[in-house]
Design a protein. Structure first.
Ligand SMILES: NC(=O)C1=CN([C@@H]2O[C@H](COP(=O)(O)OP(=O)(O)OC[C@H]3O[C@@H](n4cnc5c(N)ncnc54)[C@H](O)[C@@H]3O)[C@@H](O)[C@H]2O)C=CC1
Ligand SMILES: CC(C)CC(=O)C(=O)O
Ligand SMILES: [Mg+2]
Length: 417
């Protein structure tokens, strides 16, 4: 049954950051034998953030807890005998605007070190009107960039899969959206969001100017390219590198290095596309894409665009991984101040990010599949938040959607699509 309901967050042996079960067992202090049942303990740092962040994190935390508690049982055909237990300890820390209000900075040292010590980090979203006019170093968004840099999570995986249940929610025609299943691999700790010089100044005419620098090194390009090739190899074997090499020097180097790394992956078909064309192709014929690799800013923009093919930005999860240390898992959307506090947010992107946390962050693929199945089952039962609602379905809020997913997680035989 699990195979028929895969969300295409395919398990692949990533060359980074996965912690197989065996490794967990070998960690001193992680496994405790309570009576006869060994317990796998994971510490998760939760960063709810701002706007709808706390609403979606609260729902995803409950889903994660329940999915973990159901793991480790032998089933004949219902759970009978626990081989091991999974227990999460959650530490909630302030981040973004919430941290600014509390401590005066968007990423307090305590928050970063809690995240660095954790087995995985689950983030809601940050930002809001209240802090929009803050100086750069006092913006919630600066805290998010510092967190990604501090965790060294350079590879941001953003899968966009059109679920059969949500084809009608896509803004594209059914035959264009149906069957779309792509992965954006976005470079996350380099490029124009981090490049120097940056700042404000005056030009020769005395006018104010603002400037940023798009900069990539060989090392930064090579490592994200290898991640993308590895992922493409485990998917349909096609990698499209998106750049602006007809204009930007940083993109010229990008294209040269991605082409060079391709020789290590003869089984993967590499193509190149300029970003303006890619933005157009995504709405013209998105099924042509399997895996896309691109820089920080293009990946940010193209993944928001890709989300609408799937029905809503409220559906897209992400995993940000580094060579070692905890992964950072977050929905691709922001804090949605326009709907914050109204119980309207779609929590599925965050719930699916929790599934990615289990699969890519902790190596608990089974528990991850349980969550993915539960999301599909909930959609099969017709529950929809406003952003993915179509006629004939049941309109629910963020909390109720969460409760329905919990029911599906708990059901012994999930409904297949
Ligand atoms: N990772 C993060 O924490 C991110 C933070 N931001 C910040 O979020 C704030 C708002 O940014 P926007 O540009 O408005 O982007 P946004 O992603 O927060 O919202 C864009 C639109 O999508 C809707 N939306 C987003 N998530 C949704 C969900 N789960 N369910 C239903 N509808 C959803 C919103 O209501 C809004 O109409 C800004 O301060 C921005 O800097 C933006 C993107 C990512
Ligand atoms: C602060 C921004 C870079 C966040 C964002 O839009 C994203 O990562 O998708
Ligand atoms: Mg974005």
């Amino acid at each position: 049954m699990a195979a028929s309901v895969q969300l295409n967050l395919r398990s692949f042996k990533a060359p980074f950051n996965l912690k197989p079960i065996a490794k967990q067992f070998s960690r001193p202090g992680r496994i405790r034998c309570a009576a006869t049942t060994p317990t796998k303990r994971y510490s998760i740092t939760l960063l709810p953030g701002d706007g709808i962040g706390p609403e979606v994190i609260s729902v995803a935390k409950n889903v994660l807890k329940l999915a973990g508690s159901l793991e480790g049982f032998l089933s004949f055909p219902f759970p009978v005998f626990p081989l091991f237990r999974i227990e999460f300890s959650f530490q909630e820390m302030p981040m973004g605007g919430a941290a600014l209000d509390l401590t005066g900075v968007p990423l307090p040292e305590e928050t970063l070190s809690a995240a660095q010590r954790a087995d995985a980090v689950l983030l809601g979203a940050i930002g809001g009107y209240k802090w929009d006019k803050n100086e750069k170093h006092l913006k919630p968004e600066t805290g998010l960039l510092q967190l990604r840099e501090g965790l060294k999570v350079f590879a941001n995986l953003r899968p966009a899969t059109v679920l059969p249940q949500l084809v009608d929610s896509s803004t594209l025609k059914k035959d264009v959206a149906e069957g779309v299943d792509l992965m954006v691999v976005r470079e996350l700790t380099g490029g124009i969001y981090f490049g120097k010089p940056r700042g404000f100044g005056t030009n020769e005419k005395g006018e104010d100017i603002g400037f940023n620098t798009e900069v990539y090194s060989t090392h930064e390009i090579d490592r994200i390219a290898r991640v993308a090739f590895e992922i493409a190899r485990k998917r349909r074997g096609q990698l499209c590198s998106v750049d602006k090499a007809n204009v930007l020097e940083a993109s010229m180097l990008w294209r040269k290095r991605v082409t060079a790394i391709a020789s290590e992956y003869p089984d993967v078909e590499l193509s190149h596309m300029y970003v303006d064309n890619a933005a157009m192709q995504l709405v013209r014929y998105p099924k042509q894409f399997d895996t896309i690799v691109t820089n920080n800013i293009f990946g940010d923009i193209l993944s928001d665009e890709a989300s609408m093919i799937t029905g809503s930005i409220g559906m897209l999860p992400s995993a940000s991984l580094g060579e070692s240390g905890p992964g950072l898992f977050e929905p691709i959307h922001g804090s949605a101040p326009d709907i914050a506090g109204q119980d309207k947010a779609n929590p599925l992107a965050t719930i699916l990010s929790a599934a990615m946390l289990l699969k890519y962050g902790l190596g608990e693929a089974n528990a991850a599949n349980r969550i993915e199945n539960a999301v599909l089952d909930t959609l099969n039962r017709g529950f929809r938040t406003g952003d993915i609602y179509s006629t004939g379905n049941k309109l629910v809020g963020c909390k109720e959607m969460g409760e329905e997913v919990l029911k599906s997680v708990d059901s012994p035989v999930p409904t297949a699509i």
